[in-house]
Ligand binder design. Structure first.
Ligand SMILES: [Fe+2]
Length: 177
């Protein structure tokens, strides 16, 4: 079952997310929908309601931690609430996805945390373009990732690839502005 925007926002609040986190999730949803509509308009298939719910709920784990575990925690919360179709949005959105070898180094469960579906990829990408309540450019997002993780971190290349994939599908435009 999908989820309406009102119910998703209520779910975040009820889980204990701060106003700041909820506003961020709304920003990620706005950016995600812009990208998703652009991709749809070019004849590709995706589930826009899934994108909306996934974007709104991706950071629900921040109700219990802001650390690297917030994705895993978010997945747990969503499964417990009967919203398992959104769990992978929470689990796979950190960085540009985290492969198993890096997950192990971070102390996360030993598996891949990589966005696999187009819907998950859009939300993961949009999350990197959401700086608090506003949208930043891809260039700025890349710069921030570089300064956060170091210029040689493999996440940089993954983010570049994700950007290219989204740009190819959407024909550029909103993802850049
Ligand atoms: Fe997050």
């Amino acid at each position: 079952m999908l989820i309406g925007r009102k119910k998703a926002l209520y779910t975040l609040e009820n889980a204990g997310c701060s106003k700041k986190v909820i506003q961020h999730c709304q920003t990620v949803e706005r950016i995600s929908l812009t990208i998703a509509k652009r991709i749809l308009s070019r004849g590709h298939k995706l589930d826009i309601h899934l994108v909306s719910g996934g974007a709104l709920l991706h950071d629900i784990g921040r109700a219990s931690t802001h650390g690297v575990w917030h994705g895993v925690e978010g997945g747990k919360i969503l499964r417990r609430l009967g919203l398992r179709m959104f769990a992978k949005f929470a689990e796979h959105h950190l960085g540009a996805g985290i492969p198993k070898n890096e997950a192990i180094k971070l102390g996360l469960p030993a598996r891949d945390f990589i966005p696999k579906t187009l819907e998950e990829k859009i939300v993961t990408y949009a999350d990197k373009l959401a700086m608090r309540n506003r949208k930043i450019s891809y260039g700025r997002a890349l710069e921030l990732l570089r300064s956060d993780l170091g210029p040689k971190h493999p996440a940089i290349e993954r983010f570049k690839k994700l950007h290219e994939e989204i740009q190819n599908l959407s024909g550029g435009g909103p993802a850049e502005t």
